[in-house]
Design a protein around this ligand. Structure first.
Ligand SMILES: Nc1ncnc2c1ncn2[C@@H]1O[C@H](COP(=O)(O)OP(=O)(O)OP(=O)(O)O)[C@@H](O)[C@H]1O
Ligand SMILES: [Mg+2]
Length: 225
């Protein structure tokens, strides 16, 4: 069992704690998010259940299981909290979500970046952009897209979204996700600039395109391949 993240509202651990006694340990296909507040867990759960079905497996895995931390699970959760020396907090509810076999984009960008890896990442970003547009067309907005909430799934070689705590269904068109996508693209380019050859190509493309967006990304990709 390992701790994989500690946010403002929740704690993420892997493998998951099943809701029923039978599935309590070693569920390697799921991640457990422990919540201090039942309301927050329920809100995120509601969002998962409303996500557009047709984006399932494309942008996220539409699986989520919610349960209260009752006396049956309590001692189990307490042991994890103790083992990790985490501030003793009463966790009330948990969400089990499908495990994405990979790392966050944030962690990936900290690794050594080769030209080949960089080009492949840009290709994944083009597909990711298309998926986000599709999600927004279906009136869904994630609202918290940044490198720590995007994961590279090595098993299926795709970028996936996690952390839907702030997501909203809205019929009013919003630019927030695409703006955040563009910001994330800048972080990726900054990482590529550590390599002199990539830095040179970025600089020459920048001469034509002042704004870094999907058009810039496509031109850059053509120049790098
Ligand atoms: N489905 C998943 N598969 C694999 N790892 C995950 C998954 N969901 C979350 N993680 C890991 O757990 C970390 C924390 O999860 P997440 O971003 O959902 O919550 P948070 O930001 O810690 O909490 P909060 O809900 O308070 O914002 C992620 O950065 C990622 O490393
Ligand atoms: Mg997060």
């Amino acid at each position: 069992m390992r701790l994989i993240g500690e946010g403002g509202n929740a704690l993420a651990i892997y493998p998951s704690i099943g809701c029923s006694k039978k599935t309590r340990i070693n569920k390697y296909d799921y991640v457990t998010k422990l919540y201090k507040s039942t309301e927050t867990a329920e809100e995120e759960y509601k969002i998962y259940s409303k996500l557009p079905e047709e984006l399932n497996n494309k942008l996220y895995y539409n699986f989520c299981e919610l349960c209260k931390i009752d006396s049956n699970i309590h001692s189990y959760v307490d042991k994890i909290v103790e083992d990790y020396d985490i501030k003793k907090i009463n966790y009330n509810s948990l969400l089990n979500i499908k495990y994405i076999h990979g790392v966050t984009l944030y962690d990936y960008l900290k690794q050594f970046m080769t030209i080949k890896k960089f080009i492949h990442l840009l290709e994944l970003m083009v597909i990711f952009h298309k998926d986000i547009i599709k999600m927004n067309e279906l009136n869904f907005y994630h609202k918290d897209i940044f490198s720590q909430n995007v994961m590279i799934n090595f098993k299926v070689d795709k970028l996936f979204l996690i952390d839907f705590g702030r997501s909203k269904y809205s019929k009013k068109k919003e630019n927030i996700d695409i703006n955040n996508f563009n910001k994330m693209l800048e972080d990726i380019l900054d990482c590529g600039k550590k390599n002199n050859k990539i830095k040179y190509v970025i600089r020459s493309v920048k001469k034509i395109y002042s704004k870094i967006d999907i058009h810039f990304l496509k031109i850059l990709l053509n120049n790098l391949i």
